[in-house]
Ligand binder design. Structure first.
Ligand SMILES: [Zn+2]
Length: 437
C-alpha cells in the first residue's frame, strides 16, 4: 500500500527525537540543560515502584472549560462548518479515498488535521464536495490493516492557506464514524490511494436472557445503577438460567449491560474528576479503545470486532487493575492509569495536531514521574489547551520525547499545571508482572 504525503510528514517525527519544525514537537539540542522537574525519584534499576505514589493528591478544583480542547481552536476561528451527517448503509460497497495514519481512528473520535500535500488537499476538497467522507487506515499488523474507519469532515479551511514559504496548508476537523473493510486498493499517481471497501455492520446483541427469560419474573427486573441492583438482578437471572442448559455465569459473560456496568465501575475515578463516560455499550466500547492506553496491535484487533460485547470483554482486562505506563523506548516508569484525568470533554485522551501536521493522541495526567523538561520558556503558541502554556517533556532515562507539561497562564485557572503525554511514547506494563521481578 502506498503512503500519502501526509503520512510522510508524520513518519519523520516518529524517531527517537522528533524533528523540531514547530511548537508541540520534540527537543532538538542542548541536552545538558534539561532541568529536572521530577519531584519523586524512582529507582529504575530495580524496577521498584515508589510505595507512596498514591499519596499524590488529585487536583481538587477544575475551573478549566473542558469543551475548549474538543473545539481545537488552535486551528483558527475561520473554519467553514459543514452541515448534515453522512450515514453509509451497513454492508454497502463503495469507493473511498484513503489516508494512512500511524494510529487507529475509532468511531466517535475527533480527528483534527493539518495537511500540506497538494494531492491530499485536492482529495479532501473533492470529499467535501461529495459526502464529506474519507477512510482512515492504520499501519500495523498486515492481517489487520485492511480494516479502517470512515472519517466525516465537519469543519475545514476554505481553499487552504498559503504559507510564507510557498507551501499550502489545509486544516480540517473530522469525526470517526463507521468501520470498513478494504476489498481492493486502487492507487493513482503514486500518492493518491482509494479503495473499494465494504462498510461493516455493527452487530447489536441484546442481553442473553432477553429471549430465555421467565416472563413471570419481569416485575422483579430493574435497570442496573449500583452494585446492589446488580446483585438483585443476578438473583433473578439465576432463576432464568435454571430452566436453560447453561449456568447463569455463562450468560453473564455475554451481557452487554453487565460488561458496561463493570467497565464503568473501573472508570469511576474519571467520573469523579469531571469526566463523562458513555453508558451505551457500543459508544463505551469505542470510548475505552480510544482513551485507555493499549498496545497498537490490541487496538487494531478491537477495530476488527463487529460487536460491542467482544470489544468490552477484551477491554475489561485493561481496567481490572491499575496499569502502569512506561517509556516505549527505555521502559522507564512514567505514570499510571489512575493518575489520568480528563482535560477534554471527550475523555482523558484527546487527539490534537501540531503546526507541522503531526497528530498526537495526548493523554492528560495530574502526576507523572521520570520526566524532565527542557529549559525553554513555556509557550502559549498553538496551545491545545487554551489558557495553558506548554513546555516539551522528555524521558529522563533516554531523552525520548514523551509529551508536554502544561502550566496555567491565568492565575485563576485550575489545575495550575498538568501533563499531556503522547500515546506513541508510552506503553503498558502490568503492575503484577513487575512486582514478581
Ligand atoms: Zn525512555
Amino acid at each position: 500500500m502506498d503512503i500519502d504525503e501526509d503520512y510522510d510528514t508524520e513518519q519523520s517525527d516518529y524517531g527517537d527525537i522528533p524533528i523540531v519544525e514547530s511548537p508541540h514537537s520534540g527537543p532538538d539540542e542542548d541536552h545538558e540543560n534539561w532541568s529536572d522537574v521530577s519531584t519523586v525519584e524512582l529507582d529504575l534499576s530495580s524496577n521498584r515502584l515508589e510505595p507512596n505514589m498514591d499519596d499524590v493528591p488529585v487536583p481538587s478544583e477544575n475551573t478549566f472549560d473542558v469543551t475548549l480542547p474538543a473545539a481545537h481552536s488552535y486551528l483558527g476561528q475561520n473554519l467553514e462548518e459543514l452541515r448534515g451527517r453522512t450515514i453509509l448503509d451497513d454492508g454497502i460497497y463503495i469507493n473511498l479515498p484513503l489516508l494512512v495514519k500511524q494510529s487507529v481512528l475509532f468511531p466517535g473520535q475527533t480527528l483534527p488535521m493539518t495537511v500540506f500535500g497538494t494531492q491530499t488537499i485536492e482529495m479532501l476538497q473533492t470529499c467535501i464536495q461529495n459526502d464529506r467522507t474519507f477512510g482512515v487506515v492504520c499501519y500495523g499488523n498486515p492481517d489487520m490493516e485492511r480494516i479502517g474507519t470512515t472519517a466525516e469532515i465537519y469543519e475545514y479551511t476554505d481553499g487552504g492557506i498559503w504559507l510564507d514559504h510557498g507551501r499550502r496548508e489545509f486544516r480540517l476537523k473530522a469525526k470517526g464514524r463507521q468501520r470498513f473493510k478494504i476489498l481492493r486498493i486502487i492507487t493513482q499517481d503514486n500518492n493518491k490511494i482509494s479503495a473499494n471497501v465494504k462498510v461493516l455492520p455493527e452487530i447489536t446483541l441484546e442481553p442473553p436472557f432477553l429471549d430465555q427469560r421467565l416472563a413471570s419474573l419481569d416485575h422483579l427486573r430493574i435497570s442496573v445503577d449500583s452494585e446492589e441492583d446488580m446483585k438483585k438482578q443476578e438473583r433473578v437471572e439465576n432463576l432464568d438460567a435454571a430452566v436453560t442448559a447453561w449456568p447463569a455465569w455463562v450468560y453473564r459473560q455475554y451481557d452487554p449491560i453487565r460488561l458496561s456496568f463493570r467497565i464503568r465501575q473501573h472508570l469511576q475515578f474519571l467520573e469523579t474528576r469531571g469526566g463523562s463516560v458513555p453508558k451505551n455499550p457500543i459508544d463505551l466500547s469505542f470510548w475505552v479503545a480510544q482513551n485507555i492506553l493499549m498496545d497498537h496491535n490490541e487496538r487494531l484487533m478491537l477495530l476488527t470486532y463487529d460487536c460491542a460485547i467482544s470489544r468490552l470483554q477484551r477491554e475489561i482486562k485493561y481496567l481490572v487493575e491499575d496499569k502502569i505506563y512506561v517509556c516505549v523506548n527505555c521502559e522507564a516508569f512514567i505514570g499510571r492509569q489512575s493518575h489520568m484525568f480528563p482535560m477534554n470533554k471527550e475523555g482523558p485522551q484527546g487527539t490534537y495536531v501540531n503546526p507541522g501536521g503531526v497528530i498526537h493522541e495526548t493523554i492528560t495526567f495530574y502526576h507523572v514521574q521520570g520526566v524532565v523538561l527542557n529549559n525553554s520558556d513555556p509557550s502559549t503558541e498553538y496551545s491545545w489547551f487554551p489558557g495553558y502554556a506548554w513546555t516539551i517533556a522528555i524521558c529522563k532515562g533516554c531523552r525520548h520525547h514523551v509529551g508536554w507539561k502544561f502550566t496555567a497562564v491565568q492565575s485563576n485557572l485550575r489545575p495550575k499545571e498538568f501533563w499531556g503525554l503522547t500515546r506513541r511514547s508510552l506503553k503498558n506494563k502490568d503492575l503484577k508482572v513487575k512486582k514478581k521481578k
